[in-house]
Design a protein. Structure first.
Length: 455
């Protein structure tokens, strides 16, 4: 299958999912404001801003703005996205295919030629400290094992060749940088912009620290990931990226970064305050720039939610036999809450599920377990189950704040980003509970003839 975002966009265009804004737009606020207007209407087209003030590069946004986009990337239906991710991410394909002359080799600027201001990097919200790269996937290697990682990190435009970068999710890049800094070395890194949705999704995967993420992404594609070598660093990046920024995260350098309007719907002043120095910019012929709308946008939250659902599903399947579905809802930013439905066959299984979810993902603050008749993708049903099946003194478990690793961006965490955790078992007892009202299936069928009177 094609791993090139351009082919993905061509198909989306043919299927009517793309809108073009042909008049010039300002970099400051206009792009985000329009996207937020669409968000309010629950519309998620891919939008191409063909002309952006002061830049030769068009801006494309909402490439991964809803589950349908991931469904197209994976070749499944929207309801199967998380389960497809869960099963494929385990089928790692370790080998990669090296593309010798990648499209992004078309243009290369190094040293003094580097000027990040030529890119149409938007300023998204009035609270932001400045323009931010939001779709940049930072690629680096573990100085110990050599395992490759790539992940989204917000980057503040600070100079012609300087970006502020925050590693606040405290995962692989954070740890690899820490290992590198401990050796007194900068961490060589590259930022890729404009990649296929499977690469964006796979970049979020929870992978052991000594294993590469490219193997997981290969699993999503069902074939080796196509990569190309960097020019100034011993790194390989996805071969069909639109734009590649090569450089390094500087050891022993910290500079104020932020505030930035985050996907929690709050401005965040917390940051690891790292600095990325850009040594080279490479880009394709007619390259476009991908912007992910920050703030509480579907494009940011959907990728977070799908990965979480898939990785929690995998963790639950390890120990529990009858898990039905997992949902990380938009209302909790795709990150903080997790609804699990299951067919309980022994008391205690919901608690098992709660601990498994907390163990696999430190971002989760609340897990709700419901019976299999409750649709976890319908929050009204989840709340109904809480209202009618839960007695709080029995069904709620609270892990105190000083014990839980939390999310730096969560404004309710303490100064060390610690968070309490709450597990809720809202399942019925195995026997002796009130029968749920059901409609007789045959009568329902028969009554369908009466619906014409209701029109
Ligand atoms: C749009 C988007 C922006 C993100 N921004 C950041 C960020 O600024 N800093 C960070 O540490 N994690 C951020 N994350 C989460 C990381 O990308 C994610 O945890 C990833 O798996 C980390 O990669 P790593 O394991 O290589 O560190 C973001 C995720 C998304 C979807």
């Amino acid at each position: 299958m094609s791993q090139d975002l351009r082919d993905f966009l061509k198909k989306a265009e043919a299927n009517g999912f793309v809108r073009h804004v042909s008049e010039e737009v300002k970099r400051e606020y206009e792009i985000t404001t329009l996207m937020m207007d669409l968000e309010k209407e629950q519309r998620h087209p891919i939008v191409c801003f063909d002309q952006v003030e002061g830049s030769a590069f068009p801006v494309v946004t909402n490439v991964i703005g809803c589950r349908e986009r991931f469904a197209e990337g994976l070749g499944v239906g929207p309801a199967e996205v998380a389960s497809a991710y869960a099963s494929r991410i385990k089928n790692r394909i370790e080998e990669v295919e090296v593309v010798e002359n990648p499209p992004f080799a078309a243009h290369c600027l190094q040293g003094d030629e580097v000027n990040l201001y030529d890119l149409p990097i938007p300023t998204h919200f009035p609270i932001d400290a400045g323009p931010y790269v939001t779709s940049g996937l930072c690629v680096a290697k573990d100085p110990e094992s050599g395992a490759e990682t790539l992940g989204f990190h917000r980057m503040q435009l600070k100079g012609k060749n300087k970006l502020g970068i925050s590693l606040h999710s405290r995962q692989r890049l954070w740890e690899y940088f820490r290992r590198s800094e401990e050796r007194g070395e900068n961490l060589k890194a590259a930022i890729v912009i404009g990649v296929h949705p499977n690469i964006s999704l796979g970049s979020m995967a929870l992978v052991p620290y000594d294993q590469g993420k490219y193997g997981a992404i290969g699993g999503l594609f069902g074939e080796p990931l196509k990569v190309a070598n960097c020019l100034t660093a011993d790194l390989r990046v996805p071969a069909y990226a639109e734009i590649v920024l090569e450089g390094e995260i500087l050891a022993e350098v910290r500079e104020k970064e932020g505030p930035f309007a985050e996907f929690t719907n709050y401005a965040c002043f917390r940051s690891t305050e790292n600095v990325f120095q850009v040594n080279a910019i490479r880009y394709r012929e007619k390259a476009f720039y991908h912007d992910i709308t920050p703030g509480m946008s579907s494009e940011h939250i959907t990728v977070v939610a799908v990965q979480r659902e898939g990785d929690v599903l995998n963790a639950l399947h390890q120990t529990l036999p009858n898990i039905k579905a997992v949902h990380a809802p938009f209302s909790a930013c795709g990150l903080f809450h997790c609804y699990i439905s299951m067919k309980k066959i022994a008391e205690g299984q919901p608690q098992q599920a709660i601990y498994a979810a907390f163990a696999v993902d430190h971002n989760i603050k609340m897990v709700v377990v419901v019976d299999e008749d409750v649709d976890v993708f319908n929050e009204a049903e989840v709340l109904w189950a809480l209202a009618t099946r839960l007695q709080a003194d029995k069904g709620v478990t609270i892990l105190p704040q000083h014990l839980g690793m939390g999310v730096t961006l969560d404004p309710s965490t303490d100064e060390l980003s610690r968070s309490s955790k709450m597990g809720i078992d809202a399942t019925k007892p195995l026997a002796g509970f009130a029968p749920k009202i059901e409609i007789d299936a045959e009568v329902e069928q028969a009554v369908s003839r009466l619906h014409k009177y209701m029109k």
